[in-house]
Design a protein around this ligand. Structure first.
Ligand SMILES: O=C(O)CCC(=O)C(=O)O
Ligand SMILES: [Mn+2]
Length: 206
């Protein structure tokens, strides 16, 4: 079983948010091994998004894995889940143990270098429910993660390091946006996995 270190943690002091960071959640060696494995084995794609009537390739690679029926719409982009890859499923179970909750899907992101990024957004789609718990595992190149409050514009940043776990819950998605800017200094590759629980359409509409 994966050794998980939850002994050191840091909670970001933010209004209307609940974000905790576990820097050495996975050992260095295990995280490095997983990174090489997932780069090779996951079905990475670079989908395009329609923005102001024009198709743009997203600035990173991504893959969506999950239980059957966890179809997910992300920035108007409908994604059917790929069936769980065994090691990704194990990583999901490790997140479930650490967060004491169940996940049924994951968005995997592959930032090939500092030019890859993710725009500011909130994971506030109705199918995630009002107070989603999101477990975010980072491997490889540390990248800065930015938070901005939707109303007050208060901001926070945190460096997401190799082998770390970031847990966002409570009202975080209702009040805060997050994202990863391009970086001129952080050149290496990074993988990130955001484990979520997509509610069935039936429950989300309630
Ligand atoms: O790469 C990251 O740390 C952020 C990923 C993210 O926000 C998402 O998948 O929704
Ligand atoms: Mn997100």
């Amino acid at each position: 079983m994966t050794q998980l270190d939850m002994s050191s943690s840091f909670t970001i002091p933010m209004e209307n948010g609940d974000v905790t960071y576990f820097p050495n959640w996975l050992s260095n060696k295990h995280a490095r091994h997983l990174m090489d494995y997932f780069i090779e084995r996951l079905q990475w794609e670079q989908p395009s998004l329609l923005l102001y009537g024009k198709l743009h390739k997203i600035p990173r690679l991504q893959a969506w894995y999950g239980d059957e029926g966890t179809q997910y719409e992300y920035s108007k982009n409908k994604m059917e889940p790929l069936p769980w890859e065994p090691r990704l499923y194990k990583l999901k179970q490790a997140c479930e143990m650490s967060c004491q909750t169940k996940f049924n899907s994951v968005l995997a992101n592959y930032y090939r270098n500092g030019q890859d990024s993710m725009g500011m957004h909130a994971d506030d789609e109705p199918e995630l429910g009002r107070q989603p718990i999101i477990a975010s595992v980072s491997l490889g190149q540390p990248r800065r993660f930015n938070f901005k409050h939707k109303d007050t514009k208060e901001s926070h940043k945190i460096l997401l390091e190799h082998g770390s776990l970031l847990v966002m819950k409570g009202d975080t998605q209702q009040y805060w946006q997050h994202g990863i800017n391009k970086s001129k200094t952080q050149h290496g590759a990074r993988l990130n996995f955001t484990f979520r629980c997509v509610l069935s359409k039936l429950n989300a509409d309630k």
